[in-house]
Design a protein around this ligand. Structure first.
Ligand code: SAH
Length: 241
């Protein structure tokens, strides 16, 4: 049987035989951009039920339906890992969200810190980036991107069961690693271009569930640091091994 090349996230339940109603945007994409017609195949996932192959039942410019034929994969949840980062320039922030979705984060949290460059984000745009990344990398789950929130607020109501991989640029070159770390609920914390303030660093170093980590002997840009930290964490505690 032919395999579907196009992957699509749908915000609807999926099961064998299920009919899926397409949105205007999805219909435009499938039938006008990708030129799919009746019986064309699409791979669907919804962050809940796994991945299904579906065939086009009806195809119009602004609407259409698909019918799920069979399940192709069970859902593969990423580890319970959050990525907290301070937004930087637009394209680099987009990059961080896209990479976090590809690398396997369960939740993405833009945070405001003392030196955060950008005070506003477009949550809807960032969420769309995460979704597109999941569609392209074969994921069966789309991480939620939250609205910008203050690091202080987040830390003051912190779930003590969730450990923090605190990437502290002042430790550059130090032998501070995740070597002795364990546990399943984690959050990576990456600072802005200006780094963390002394005040924030003091708070984090005093938290028993925060582990200060160095990312090698050079100072990395925040977007590079996010990918490096995700790699390290996945290798040590995540679903890579
Ligand atoms: N302006 C700062 C660097 C900020 S880099 C300075 O010159 O010191 C942006 C973020 O990336 C940092 O806040 C930190 O979270 C992370 N980062 C970059 N390089 C790092 C390193 N070698 N070790 C740990 N964290 C690092």
């Amino acid at each position: 049987m032919k395999n579907a090349k196009i992957r699509l996230f749908v915000d609807q339940p999926l099961s064998e035989g299920q009919t899926v109603l397409l949105t205007k945007e999805q219909s435009h994409y499938l039938f006008s951009v990708m030129r799919l017609s009746t019986d064309g195949l699409v791979t669907l996932f919804n962050s809940q039920d796994g991945e299904f192959q579906a065939a086009v039942e009806t195809a119009h410019k602004k609407s259409g339906t698909l019918k799920c034929t069979h399940k192709t994969r069970d859902i593969q949840m990423p580890p319970d890992l959050w990525l907290m980062f301070a937004p930087i320039k637009k394209t680099r922030t987009d990059f961080i969200v896209e990479k976090a979705a590809e690398m396997g984060a369960r939740k993405i949290l833009p945070i405001g810190t003392d030196y955060t460059n950008s005070e506003r984000i477009r949550q809807d745009r960032l969420q769309a980036h995460a979704l597109e990344a999941a569609e392209q990398c074969g994921g069966t789950f789309v991480p939620d991107v939250t609205d910008l929130q203050k690091l202080d607020n987040l830390l003051s109501t912190w779930d003590q069961e969730r450990q923090i991989m605190f990437c502290d640029e002042t430790l550059v070159g130090a032998a501070q690693t995740l070597q002795k770390a364990s546990g399943e609920k984690w959050a990576i914390l990456i600072g802005p271009e200006g780094g963390f303030s002394d005040r924030e660093r003091a708070i984090l170093h005093a938290m028993p569930y925060a582990h200060a980590v160095a990312l090698g002997p050079r100072i990395l840009r925040a977007d590079t640091a996010a990918v490096a930290a995700l790699t390290l964490w996945q290798q040590h505690l995540g679903d890579w091994p």
